[in-house]
Design a binder for this molecule. Structure first.
Ligand SMILES: O=c1ccn([C@@H]2O[C@H](COP(=O)(O)O)[C@@H](O)[C@H]2O)c(=O)[nH]1
Length: 281
């Protein structure tokens, strides 16, 4: 059996060839309404198919937000399964935003759900929460590695409430968020062109120069668009690590729909702005 190409290498290639953007697929009820769709499974299906058909061949990375599919039960999850398969078939990388985290034995089942090669929801990467202890993520780290998939571990999230946990200072003087970044740097040591264990670090957080963001892995950066950050903020927030940033925009792109050309235009404009900001850094 051949060894699968690691997620970190596939991600670097996708961003080099398709551009530096992750588009989030977040079918909010308000967006379904704005697109003239019902807040029901049919509306969810049409919304998702429109985004996939418009962007699957243009954008490097997609981040479906599982919650917006799960709220419709098994029929919503079926829409998600189909979207994942279609996006991947068109060459897009899928980061499943499900933020899973539990004790190790249960984490192993979450890992099976998203990171086992033949699972219906197999994704190129999964967002995970380390707040039951970084070590509890071990089954996911292991299965991701085995199948050429990646993880994005919540380190410094884009929401203001995250600080009370992530900036809390441990007995060794290091913050919890910095500790997660250090775990990821160890995980990715010696990987080339970069490791497959990424961090979620919000683009909304201002200057992060007190954190060591050099984890030799990708930094998934939500917060651009609806949450107020802009591509121009990226160099100030991420410093030298800006080249490893995967900026996510969800509502900022999706609000341009349902017209496919307008969706493509919005994604292309964000990608151009990110490129310009990174080049100037
Ligand atoms: O720290 C985090 C982690 C995840 N998210 C998710 O990203 C998108 C952001 O959507 P926008 O519409 O671009 O604001 C959404 O799915 C969040 O759950 C985040 O925002 N911050």
């Amino acid at each position: 059996m051949s060894t699968p190409e690691p997620f970190g290498a596939r991600l670097r290639h996708a961003m080099d060839t398709r551009g530096p953007l992750c588009v989030g697929i977040d079918p909010h009820a308000s967006l379904l309404g704005a697109w003239g769709l019902g807040d029901d499974v049919q509306g969810l299906e049409t919304f998702t198919r429109t985004v996939v058909e418009a962007l699957a061949e243009q954008v490097a990375v997609f981040k479906p937000q599982s919650a917006f599919f799960e709220r419709f039960g098994s029929r919503g999850v079926a829409v998600l399964e189909r979207a994942v398969a279609d996006l991947r078939a068109a060459g897009g990388l899928v980061v499943m935003d499900a933020k899973r985290g539990d004790i190790g034995s249960t984490m192993a089942a979450y890992a099976e759900t998203y990171l086992r090669k033949d699972a219906p929801l197999f994704s190129d990467a999964l967002t995970v929460s380390p707040y039951l202890g970084y070590g509890s993520l071990a089954p996911a780290v292991e299965l991701a590695r085995e199948n050429g998939a990646g993880l994005f571990v919540l380190a410094l999230t884009s929401n203001p409430e995250g600080a009370e946990v992530q900036r809390a200072v441990r007995e060794d003087g290091r913050s919890v968020g910095a500790t997660m970044l250090a775990h990821l740097a160890a995980e990715n040591a010696s990987a080339a062109p970069m490791g497959s264990c990424g961090a979620v670090v919000g683009a909304t957080l201002g200057d992060l120069s007190t954190f060591d963001l050099d984890i030799n892995g990708p930094l998934l950066a939500p917060g651009i668009g609806a949450q107020g950050a802009t591509p121009a903020d990226l160099p100030r927030v991420f410093g030298a690590a800006v080249r490893d940033v995967v900026p996510n925009v969800s509502r900022g792109v999706l609000r341009a729909g349902p017209d496919a050309g307008a969706l493509r235009g919005a994604a292309a404009r964000f990608a151009d702005e990110v490129r310009a900001a990174v080049a100037a850094a």
